[in-house]
Design a protein around this ligand. Sequence first.
Ligand code: ME8
Length: 519
Amino acid sequence: MKKVFITTPIYYVNARPHIGHAYTTIACDTWARYQRLQGREVKFLTGTDEHGDKIVKAAAAEGKTPAAYCDEISGAFKNTWAKLGLTPDDFIRTTEGRHKKVVQQILQKIYDAGDIYAGEYSGKYCFGCERYLTDKELNDKGECEIHLTVPQVISEKNYFFRMQKYLPIWKDMLLKNRSYVEPQGYCNEVLGTIDELIKNGEDLSISRPKTRLEWGIEIPFDTDYVTYVWFDALINYVTAIGYPSTGSGQVDFDSFNDWWSVSHHMIAKDILKPHGVYWPTMLIAMGLPVYKRLSVHGYWLGFADQKMSKSLGNAKDPVELAGKIGNDALRFFLMREMNFGSDARFSEEIMVNRLNANLANDLGNLVQRTLSMLKKYECGPNPDSAAHASAAGIDASLKTMHADYQKYFENFEFHNAIEAVSVVIRSLNKVVDDYKPWSLAKENMADCALLLNTLFRAISAVLIYLRPVLPEKTEALLGLLQVTSASALPQSLGEIGFPAQKLDTWPMLFARMELDKPA
Ligand code: ME8
């Protein structure tokens, strides 16, 4: 069976989850469900990034120890994903023993190979980014462009990873296979950053002296130092799939390689440099292949088009929002509204308009009126009904949807995959409007029954395609109607199966919402 491995960033525990974190995690959950629907074995990983200065500061601000504070916020992330109905296969914390062991093993391996050395470093450090910034990364006030704070000038002895040795190798690999980083605009950005780093000639600082920071993974060859958070955090992706540890027991290289060879990372553009530049060079130094793909999305923008973030205080709580509109509606909005790769605006008005148009009007209306008429005219669902004249056209649209949907999902174009289904939903509403079953019921009941049963099959097919995006609503309705399909993604109405039944009641899919008081 084909495998796929999908990861979210591991989130910092210095604040609670917001819509931005929810977007990436929901996108990975949606993609994982799409892959499972295709019969693939999926490992979906998320987790929390718990070491470093800013975590210590956040814990101190709340009068807690870093460990107690990390437990609390990491728990909040885990609970949020459970409340939103997300189903990761693993949740990794960088403070776990399994992770520390792997980080230390990798540090020792790279050190033994001569690719880590001690040196002096002085630079402008942004605690929000947990890394030194170049002047190019500052705005005209000298602030970090992401956190809008002036970085602190720091000079200290550090250990360095010989990133310069691996940058040209990675650049060459990327030029030969640009699909490592998608969409392509971000691949260009990575190539630009590589060139800039090669020009600067700087290596990557990978340690912090314990005199300044104790909350980290101890460097195995110098216990006065802890590991720099990014060098620690990035390694989570290989820890979680059993990076072959020689420390104890059986070493299962095959299992690790099986997952690593199909690894897909998803991030927003804020952390492109660590994922697009540091991590691949680390992997090459470790003797591992580079990930299969890095998929990069844009930002959710809040008021005044500023990036939603905890530090700017303009972020929405996803659980609160889902409490108002439902988990599925939240998923649908986030997945459909953002063009993967570009920024998207978030406002209640944009959300209500999108949900009313696509869910209440298009999908909700189609399902509601078709089921209501089947019930009213007592003509189905009847699995023995022959096909209506509209069936050939519907079959053709299912085939087109099937091809588009797969192409877009494989390419992480969630908005386009969903739109491919919406096109069919709108065409089915047009079939209803054109054939007018309410008129047919008076003139030609037999034809009305054919039409409504054909529409029932078509709706069933559409709901199957929407399973990754609307898991709760589709499972409830498909389960109630006892719909089956001959293949995972049906390409013709004939593939849909269901028992003869008399409709009684069914759950309302999506009601219209009004601004300020969403349903
Ligand atoms: O960077 N729009 O953690 P983090 C879209 N620990 N996505 C957003 C967003 C927004 N406004 N705000 C946050 C870290 N995100 C590191 C990662 S990985 C080895 C270590 C999402 O808590 C998006 O996925 O700052 C972004 O990349 C991530 O949260 C940053 O999370």
